[in-house]
Each structure stands twice: as structure tokens, then as C-alpha cells.
Design a protein around this ligand. Structure first.
Ligand SMILES: [Zn+2]
Length: 477
């Protein structure tokens, strides 16, 4: 079935373990992080404003990142992630500083010591030829589509955001974003959030987007090239308000894309009924003129490859999957990558709910099929802490979805949906971890969920699925 995320176009060589910096070793939380050298616990980001100019003919990006942040502890140096690109100049609180780089780290000295809680600003001019960065999961981040218009895309999960802007690349460092992108006349630029302004000026066009988010850096996206568009509206069942959508795709795929994406409004209507209000201001799918290994759930603006569009809705489960991530993965994001089942198990289960809702296979039938497949595989996966190199293991997706199905069968449909809705409501716009989910479930069903979740999340052998409940039905509520 699914498997969203992780690689764009180029399959890269695997890397060895990523080294931790001294600062990170001092400041990282008690639990060992999966990517200790990545991101910084020295500060929290409040906002990014990215002023970018991209020349598709040369493949050159020139940028300026205006960042607002708050020191999380006393600081003499601000640490950011940035790969492959060159810093032209940097200011901290308006004062020019000499930036240092170390591998994919950008280090900026503070003009004076910052106390914990002190707000500060960064202004970083940078540029170069962006491209994918190597990661344990292949090459990820900024990439070129290879089409005739010099199109580009971003598919950064989990470590690729530094391929196009300096950031604190942690899944739990979420911020507001503004994008101002200049491209040659006749080219489009698409980014997360809503289009605030579009100006054509001589030989260039400038596109400005605003996304209040908050959004983790790895979910930020920019697509450039030439696109046809389709706008649509969906009813939010939870609030009654209208969600506006705008899909983009290569003109030659218009017919197939319109058909394959056409049920997104119906998905939003169903998902808002099950999970609560749609969490962001807008939504839209982008299809790029390139084959992608997997779609990616970039916030408000997921990306699909042309290979995911065939005019027959063959990949509609992936359309449902990426939409579901807007609640589970994007609005409620991860505290750490060890909690990945909270993203992928949930989005996979939403595919099964959608299948049931439209009268195809019920979730119970899919769960029992997937359970049998899991049972024939090695029993060596701890879902709640799968290990760094297994965060995108297929079994995380299907065992995670089976875990939710086991909860549903144990709790009943109504209490199960209340659990999902209240989970999103409690953590909307923030990050959460597996321990918080277990505690949340225990509040809804104190005597049944603890042992059940422990077995599914922390024991390696696959637990049995509970027997099916008589009336099928979440999908039809
Ligand atoms: Zn996914």
C-alpha cells in the first residue's frame, strides 16, 4: 500500500552514523535522539522569512533568511543546519558577524552573550547551486525535476531542509514562514500556505506566500517551474467553514490529475468529521513532471510524482495518506523521529478508513491481510522505538495502522474516533511523543489500552488482532 516520504529523485549512498556536536551532547534530552548531530537544542525558532531568487537556467539559488528565535539556554554561538550552500554574510541582532561552517553546520557567534529566554534575530545571505543532500535514507531535499522548464521540488523528510535554507532542522522546532520567491517571467513558484502577493516585473515574477503554521523545517516546500492549476472548495464537517484547495500539475497531465485528485474535497469532508477541523488555512496537491519514489506530505502542499497519476485513481490511497498527514504528522508533529509510527501508522490507517468509507475493502479486512503479511516477516521490530535506520521500514506503517485498528476494536468506533479527535485537539500545532499517546489512550480507556499498547508498541512479537466487532462502521459515520 503506502509508504510516503523520504526520497525524491536520486538514490544516494547510505552514510555512516552522524556525529554529535559537543553542544548537542550537553543539551540533548535524556532519551538518545536518532540524529544527534542534526538540529540544535540551543534555541527555538519563531519565524523564517525566506527571500529567494532562483535561476533555473543556471540552477543557482540566491537567498536571504531572516530568522527570529529565542535562546533556550545561555548562548555564545547560534548553531544552524545548512548544506551545500555558501554564506555570503550574516548578522545577529543587526550586527555583522563572522560565520563559521563545519560540515553541514553553520555557526554564528553572538555579539554578546544571550541569556536563556532572550529573543534574537538572524539575517543570513547565502546562495549557490542547491541539490539533494545525502542521508541514511538516500539523497533528499532540493532537487531538479529534469523537465524542459528547469523545474524544482523539495522532498526533505527527514533531514533535507538544510539543502535550501539555514534552519534548526528538528521536527519539534516549529515556526511561522514567509516565502518571497523571484523566478523568471513565465515561471511559477509554489510554497506552503496562502499566496499573499504575486507581481510580474520586467523579466521576473515574484511570488509571496505566508504560512502561519507552525511548521517544522522538513515540511517546508518550494516548487518552481510551469504548472496548470485547479481550484476547489471543501466543506469542513467539524466547523462548517470552507477549506479552499489549489492543485498544481504539468499542463500535459491536467486531465488525469483532475480526475485522480477530484475526491480530495470528499476526503476533507470525511476526515474533518472523524478527526476534527482541518488544521491549516489551505491545501493543495502538487504533481511534478518527474517520477518520485514516494509522495511527500509537505505541509498544506504535498508533492506527487507524475508516476502517481494515471487517470484511474490507482494511487488514491496515497492521496488520502498525504492529506491525513496534515493532522497526524504535520499539525501534531513528532518530538523525535523515534515516534515515527505516530505519523505513518496513523496516515496508513486513514487510508484504510477511506477505503471503508467509499465502499471498498473495510479496514478490518485490510488489517487482517496486513497482519498476516506482518506475521510472516521477522519479529524484530519495536514499533515505539524502531531504531534510526528503520524509521521508514514498511512494518512501521502497517504495524502502526494495525495498532490503531486493535484500539478501535477494543474501544468501539465512537470512543476510538473521540480518542483520535481529542489527540489532535490536545496537541494541535505542537509536537508529541509515543508516551503522551499511551497516556492519552489510558485516559479514554484506562483498563484496556495500557497492556494492549505496550504489546503492540514495545514487544517485538506481533500481538494478535482482537476479533472483529459486529457492525462495521467508522467509515460510514
Ligand atoms: Zn506517510
Amino acid at each position: 500500500m503506502t509508504r510516503c516520504t523520504r526520497r525524491a529523485l536520486i538514490r544516494g549512498a547510505a552514510l555512516g552514523p552522524l556525529a554529535a556536536t559537543a553542544a548537542d551532547r550537553l543539551s540533548q534530552p535524556a532519551a538518545e535522539r536518532y540524529f544527534p548531530g542534526h538540529g540544535s537544542y540551543g534555541h527555538h525558532t519563531t519565524s523564517y522569512e525566506l527571500r529567494l531568487a532562483y535561476d533555473p537556467a543556471a540552477g543557482v539559488l540566491e537567498g536571504r533568511a531572516l530568522i527570529r528565535a529565542v535562546a533556550a539556554r545561555p548562548l555564545r554561538e547560534v548553531e544552524l543546519d545548512l548544506a551545500r550552500l555558501t554564506v555570503r554574510g550574516a548578522r545577529v541582532d543587526g550586527i555583522g558577524v563572522r560565520a563559521r561552517t563545519r560540515r553541514s553546520k553553520l555557526l554564528l557567534p553572538t555579539p554578546h552573550p544571550f541569556a536563556a529566554g532572550a529573543p534574537f534575530t538572524l539575517d543570513i545571505a547565502y546562495g549557490g547551486r542547491p541539490g539533494p543532500v545525502r542521508s541514511p535514507f538516500g539523497a533528499i531535499g532540493w532537487d531538479r525535476t529534469g523537465d524542459a522548464h528547469g523545474g524544482t521540488l523539495v522532498a526533505a523528510q527527514p533531514l533535507g531542509a538544510p539543502s535550501w535554507f539555514p534552519c534548526n532542522d528538528r521536527p519539534d522546532d516549529k515556526a511561522e514562514f514567509v516565502f518571497r520567491i523571484t523566478v523568471p517571467r513565465g515561471h511559477h513558484a509554489l510554497a506552503n500556505g496562502t499566496l499573499a502577493e504575486h507581481r510580474a516585473d520586467g523579466a521576473t515574477e515574484c511570488w509571496t506566500y505566508h504560512h502561519s503554521g507552525p511548521m517544522a523545517p522538513y515540511l517546508a516546500a518550494l516548487y518552481t517551474g510551469r504548472f496548470a492549476h485547479d481550484t476547489w472548495r471543501a466543506r469542513d464537517s467539524a466547523t462548517g467553514r470552507t477549506v479552499t484547495g489549489r492543485d498544481a500539475y504539468p499542463a500535459h497531465l491536467s486531465h488525469h490529475a483532475r480526475h485522480d485528485l477530484a475526491r480530495q474535497p470528499a476526503m476533507i469532508e470525511a476526515f474533518t468529521g472523524w478527526f476534527g477541523p482541518y488544521p491549516f488555512e489551505t491545501y493543495g496537491a502538487v504533481v511534478v513532471d518527474a517520477d518520485l519514489d514516494e509522495p511527500v506530505e509537505n505541509q498544506t502542499l504535498p508533492v506527487f510524482g507524475r508516476n502517481h497519476i494515471d487517470g484511474g485513481r490507482t494511487w488514491e490511497t496515497l492521496v488520502a495518506h498525504e492529506l491525513a498527514h496534515q493532522w497526524f504528522g504535520n499539525s501534531v508533529s513528532l518530538r523525535d523521529w523515534r515516534d515515527i509510527w505516530l505519523n505513518e501508522g496513523f496516515a496508513t490507517y486513514c487510508e484504510w478508513l477511506w477505503s471503508e468509507h467509499i465502499g471498498e475493502d473495510p479496514a478490518d479486512a485490510i488489517a487482517r491481510r496486513e497482519w498476516a503479511a506482518l506475521h510472516s516477516r521477522p519479529q524484530n521490530l519495536r514499533l515505539g522505538d524502531p531504531g534510526r535506520d528503520r524509521i521508514f521500514d514498511d512494518r512501521v506503517y502497517t504495524r502502526g495502522a494495525c495498532t490503531l485498528h486493535a484500539l478501535r476494536l477494543t474501544m468501539g468506533d465512537e470512543r476510538f474516533l473521540t480518542l483520535l479527535r481529542s489527540w489532535h485537539h490536545a496537541h494541535r500545532g505542537r509536537s508529541a511523543d509515543t508516551r503522551a499517546f499511551v497516556a492519552h489512550a489510558a485516559r479514554h480507556a484506562p483498563h484496556t489500552t495500557g497492556p494492549l499498547l505496550h504489546a503492540w508498541l514495545y514487544d517485538e512479537p506481533l500481538p494478535p488482532l482482537p476479533p472483529p466487532s459486529p457492525p462495521p462502521g467508522v467509515g460510514r459515520t
